[in-house]
Each structure stands twice: as C-alpha cells, then as structure tokens.
Ligand binder design. Sequence first.
Ligand code: BGC
Length: 753
Amino acid sequence: MRIKYLSHFVITVFGIFAVLFSTAQNRSISQKADSVCKLMTLEEKIGQMNQYNDDWNATGPLTLDNDKAGQIQLGQVGSMLNCVGTARTRKWQEIAMRSRLKIPLLFGQDVVHGFKTTFPIPLAEACSWDMDAIRLSARIAATEASAAGIHWTFAPMVDIARDPRWGRVMEGAGEDPFLGSAIAAARVKGFQGEGLGKLNAVMACVKHFAAYGAAIGGRDYNSVDMSNRLLWEVYLPPFKAAAAAGAATFMNSFNDLNGVPATGNRYLQRDILKGKWGFKGFVVSDWGSIGEMINHGNVKNEYEAALSAITAGCDMDMESRNYKHTLVQLVKDKKVPMALIDEAVKRILQKKFEMGLFDDPYRFCDAARETKELNDPAHATIARQIAAKSIVLLKNENMPGQTNPILPLSKQTHSIAFIGPLVKALKQNKGFWDVEVPGVDSNFIVSQWEGVKNKLGADTKLLYAKGCDIEGDNKDGFAEAVAVAQQADVVILSIGERRDMSGEAKSRSNINIPGVQEDLLKVLLATGKPVVVLINAGRPLVFNYTADHAPAIMYTWWLGSEAGNAIADVLFGDVNPSAKLPISFPRNEGQIPIYYSHFNTGRPATSDTNRNYNSSYNDLSIFPKYEFGFGLSYTKFEYSHLQLSSKKMKASDQLELSFELTNTGKMVGDEVVQLYLRDRVGSICRPVSELKGFDKIKLNPGETRTIRFTLTKELLSFYNDQLNWVAEPGEFELMIGASSRDIRLKDQFELIK
Ligand code: BGC
C-alpha cells in the first residue's frame, strides 16, 4: 500500500511539475490544460465543474454544507462565488493548494455596476450611449474587484428587455439589439481590459443565455416562448457581440425557451454558442439551474438533469451539486462519455491558465494592492462623471411669466426646499446588485442632500422635509413639507423606488411610483412654487401625474456612490444632460410590452384619434409616455442638409450619408444623433424602424459639425425564414432623429442587385 501510495505521489508531483515548469512558453495553454486534465481522476475532473457559494449572500436556495473546506482539499470544487476580499480568497485558495493537484480555485462575483465604487445601474449607464464611459466603468470595477481577489464577474447581463415589470430590466441595456450589442461589447472589453492574465483584468461572464428578458408577463424565472426569428434578430445579437469581443465565459439561464430549459438547451449552448460562434470559453449554469430543470418538468431527477446539462454544453454547475452527485455514475453508465467531461474541464482549466493562476494562485490576493485600488480617489471622480451622463432630463418648462426653463437652477437661488424620502438616503442610491465589500462602510455614498449642499454657498438656504415614505399611505409629513416649500424659491422633490424594488426576483405588476409620493407632489405643486422632480428607480416607472403636471423632471435611476454629486452637477448646470432612454416608458402596464421597432401590422394605427378598426387600444394611447432614444438637453440642436452619396446602393458597395448638426442654444452640450432604417418590403415583415447607427457629438453654442455614417449591406440585413442573414433588394427609408419618434431628417434609397 505504502509503495503504491508513494509511487502515485511521485508520478503526480512529477506530472504537475512537468506541466507547470517545462519552460513551456512555447506550449500552448490548451496543451497545458490537456496535460493537467490527463493527470486527473474522474472525481477531480468533476470537482473542477463544481462551483460553491461562500457562506453568505445567496441569491437562490442555498445548500447548507459545513464541509466546503474538506471538499476543496479533496479537489472537489473548482470555483467559488461570493468570496470577497484578499483575506477571504487567500484563505480558500490556501485550502485548494493542499489538494493533490493544487489546481487553483476561480473566484466569481456579481460585479454588475462597480465594486467598492458603485456606478449607475447598467440600464442607467446605457442612457449615456457613451461606449467609452461604459467601458471605463467596467474597467474600474474590474480593477477594484481583481485587487480584492476576484477573478471573474458575472456580468455583463445582455438580455434584451421590453417589459419593465421584470425587475431585472435594471441590469441590462434596454430594448434594442443594436445599442445592446454595442454596450455588451464595451462592457466585456472594459472588464477584460488588455486581456486575461493582466492583474487588473477579470473574466467577463455574459448572461443569461438566452432570452431570459422575455419572461412571459415580466415574471422572473418564467418561461419564454418566441419564434426563432425573434430570437436571432433581437435577443441573440448582444450575446454574439459579447462573444466576438472575447468574453471568457457565458452563463445560461433559468428560463425555458420554447419548452426546453436554457440550462439543458443544446441548440443554444452547443449548436449556436460553441458551434456557430466558435466560443472557446466555458459556460456556467445559473444558480441551481441544473437542478431546477426537474421543476421545469423536463427531466425526472438529478441524474437526468446533469445528463441534460452536460450534453447541452453547460460546463460548470453553480450551486446545484447535480454534477457532483451524478456525473460519476453517468460516466460509469456510459451515458456521458469521458470526452464530454474532458472538454468541460479543459475549457475551465484553460481560463485558469490564462488568468495566470497556475503560475501564482495568490496573484490576486495582494492586500497592499487591494488597499491602494479600493482607495483610489480617481474612481470616484469618474463615477461622478458617468453618473451625470446617465441622468435623463425628461421635462424642463418655463414657469408662467418666466422666459427661461426652470433648469438649470442658479447657484445663487436664495432658498431651496429639498423634499422627499430619498433626499437623505444613502444606500438607496446604489441600486440592486451593489457589492458588500468587507471592511468598507456600505454607506460610502454621497447623498443627494450632501451633493446639493456642496454646490451651494452660504447665501443659499437649503431646507429639508421628508414628506412621506417610499411606500405606504401615511401623509402625516405633508403639512411640514408644504410649510418648507412655502419658504423656498424652488422645490426639488426626490421620489421613486427603494433600491431593492427592481432587481432579481423583483417583478412587479404595478409599476406606478409607489405609495403617496405623487400625492406629495400634488400638494407641493399647489403651493405655486416651481418643483423639480427627481425620479430614482431601477426600471421605467409609470408616473403620468408627474409627467403631466411637474414642470421639470430628471430621471436619475440609481446612480451609485456619487449620486448626490452627479445630480447636483446636472441640477445646477455644471453638466448639461445628454442621456437618452434605451427603453420605452409605457403610459401604464396595459401597453406592455412596448418597443419602438414593432411591425406595422395590416391595420396600422398612426394616431390616437383614429381608432377605427385599426391596431390600437380603445382606452389608451398607442404611443409610449417617453420613447426610446428620448432625452432633453439644456441646449437645442438643429439637424439639416441630409445628403446621400447615391440613391442606389449595390450590396457590394456602401452608401455614405452626411448631415449637419448645429448647437443653436446657449450652452455647450452633447447630442446623441440616431440613425434609423426601415426596409419597406421584406420576405419577412420588417419593423417600422430599426436603430442602425448613433453617435454622441459635443458642440459649443453656435457650432456646426458635419456628421457622417456609412451604410453597408450588413446594416440592411436580417434573418429570413431560413434564418439566413440576407439583405434583400428594395427600398429603404432612412431617418435621422433625436429620438425614435423625433425624426428630424428623412430620405430613401434603393438596394439594387
Ligand atoms: C442570478 C445570476 C447571478 C447568480 C450568482 C443568480 O440568481 O440569476 O445573474 O450571477 O445568481 O449570484
């Protein structure tokens, strides 16, 4: 026995040594992964495919397990999530280093919109239409997270979402595949920086593959039923763009797609992702989603669930333990060929090699670097800038008798009443999916009160009243709020959602501004004072009273740790708002799903006045309250002189278009110019308009710039009924707009053979 044990030990150590130290710069990472895989027992291989949560922060049913350390030491765990901080990750990694093959653990975490420095929620950030800013926020998040021991973020979430009842709408980039694809790529590049292996790069995990955002009724985890055409045309493009941007990993999803759970969906994972798209990274399940296939009614038990998932291409099991419980037996029963296990294991090992963890398993556990990066003041400055870019100005009117709109406010205003349940809130500003970083005060946030106060000199009186709570029907605070408003020249009212009203498992059937907050606005407006409303939320809310009666509205979403400063920057005009909505805002829940790129139908409705046997509601407008692409500025932009290089374009050619944009107002400002196309006749009906280009242009007052776009066959293509990507000859309408409805310039051209 002893001799056998010894010889096994020598062979193992020799093998690992050979793999790691064979000065194998010239050996590819895939060869290295191969060699390690050859040394592994089946149990150890399955261990690599197994991911455990640390002891806290569960986002799903948690398996209580007091023996994680023992299992890690036996090589039965390949990755962990929710271990944050170098001290904690070092502790677990040390245990992994006591295992036979010393294969390092991968530490994953939902770093969704920042780490210690919290950036705006992703949907808010998408309003910036600023790819550099979005990339930079992911870059900083990765810098901080990697310094705190994290190797892997479960982001970006690239699910297209057209239903604001779904709480996870906050995590994505909105309703549009073109904008969503650009943002998906920017986020992946931001997280992965100059490439895996750099100390400040974390692996991206693109989620949730696929179509999770189309959960029926907006109810989280619900089924998705859609045509393949819709899947390919709308829901898959951001995933494809993220894969093309080099995303290291993908996560599958909780939903079933047309009756097949995404986790066990071979078409999605093996045929499309790993097949057609040639994805070389690995796929992790969502939390417990392998086991949940039993509830879906698609498999009978854990054994069948694991078989389905691994066959479909799911490489790692997050927290369901199904792989751990059944894969050995599945291999013994010859249901799962060893080649399938090896493929999954090698994909995982390769990433560990790429991250440099085999060279030094503790390279992300440097406490000094952690302190430095988590306290870099530059991060807050950038978070403030990005937060200001995410604020959407929805309304800005003159008060009666005044010649200027209410906003921006003057810093010399004599007295300001700052009212509402969110004025002094701290953590609320972070929004869902903030990260609790050990040792960091979770109130590390600039409140809205503080931000506004910082802007004002001693001559301005800043008054406060809470007015009411976010929820509930208590109006006891109204009288005080009115009294405070009456003493002020202007009122700022901060209302909206609690930070955990949008997010995972936060679907709502009623998306009106909660509680009596709009009633509070009513009594404040009755004072006759100008009222600026700030709406803080994780989703498009319904707020018709506010929209119709408040003279000025800023949609501030959840802006993160610098919320207060960013809001004040925009309120007082140090930053000119430039954000545009990446998602339609419905008038009420009855319009959902609502999106700008719908088909025309056989009986299109074009106005709310004619409802005669056309595709409209009898009791509700067909138009959203605020449309995709909408957002105001403190300045005005004029669009003119649209020119096309030709009215005909061959598929092999391209068409150049240009127009002039002028800042006709008095402030420097940025305009997001949007290019939409409509394919007039298609073998499959085409949407009334589709975003096919955008640019964000900064102009000084009076300045004019010529803006150019190039149209290629690619932009004119769509999936036909064979799911082939084709551009069909015919007429196209071209629209240049300041939003999807505010079209300023139009022309048409023909695609010829
Ligand atoms: C969510 C994922 C998340 C995972 C780990 C799940 O409940 O759906 O998006 O990455 O938990 O926290």
